[in-house]
Design a protein around this ligand. Sequence first.
Ligand code: ADP
Ligand code: MG
Length: 359
Amino acid sequence: MIKVRHLKKVFIAPSGEKLTVLSDINCDIHKGEVISVIGPSGTGKSTFLRCLNRLEEPTSGMIEVDGTDILNRKTDISMVRRRMGMVFQNFNLFEHLTILDNVTMCPMSLLGKSREEAESQGMALLEKVGLHDKAECLPCELSGGQKQRAAIARCLAMEPEIILFDEPTSALDPTMVSEVLAVIRHLASQGMTMCIVSHEMQFVRDVSTRILFLNDGVVYEEGTPDQIFDNPQKPVTKAFVNRIRTFEATLPDSHFDLYGLMGNIRTFCSKYGVGLRSMEKMEHVTEEMLCHIIPFDGPLKLTVDYSEKTSRISMTFVRENAGDGILDAVPDDSLSLMMVKGMSESLAEPEPGTVCVVI
Ligand code: ADP
Ligand code: MG
């Protein structure tokens, strides 16, 4: 249904600076598919959706919708947009029109429907999203979740062949997210073709037939929800789905600021909700490793990866330019080594000079 090849989008700042947001996007969306687009923020997910219906003008590449090249100047883009509904983060309802008028306006003006026909269809759609009793209300009388459901009804009234959702729940109070997701789930179960940008990972996992992971301007990895969430192949996808938070410190020599480092570790832990016990273990491991186990003969680098999903913490100590093993040189009866082993799940030196401690 939609075929995207070598899609590129470069923004040019007023200063003349170029920002390549999408460098080479390739993908196909088939009828009946529910495609979710995920990835770190700022990677161009919204830009990608907006290019699909040319709300944003692509810099180069090809987008075909049902065989029509929509980037061709001769293509009537309003006809293409009519077939592609879009639901935005901020609803974009007309504030001065009732909910029913919001839903019936475009079918009457663009599809040439009579008021009677548009209203009966509109009421049926409001019923479908659970808002039939709000038809005569103004948007300001509705909650955020209700407004977004009204926006979905308005989109459906145009009888689109595909709906593009750009973070439909990210402007909502947490209590209202599920009512909107329930409506989208229902559409998916009815076979509606959809392309969804969302940070609601459990929802994305449940509802999608396929997931595109966008990173660095390309479709970095794609697959079924199980592939992407349970068995991602590439490092950035792995870090993203496991919600890995990273802390890094470089310690120039043995006079490094231990208390400053501990403070930074604490700040990191409280920011990402690492438990108190784990935090204390991290501090002990850091102190034992840096003050008693690893010899300083050049800078050391410490990297902490914390997975918000699994709570796994791995601490990697790298002695730069080290040719020989660290752990081999530490006596087996070293008290420090025994303490670190006691506090950790595993302790290993995968390559000389790199010690990895999992807490
Ligand atoms: P995402 O939706 O993945 O968070 P966006 O598509 O919104 O990412 O934005 C990607 C990048 O493009 C960001 O760095 C953003 O600042 C930039 N960007 C988006 N729209 C514009 C614009 N109209 N002009 C200049 N830069 C833009
Ligand atoms: Mg966005």
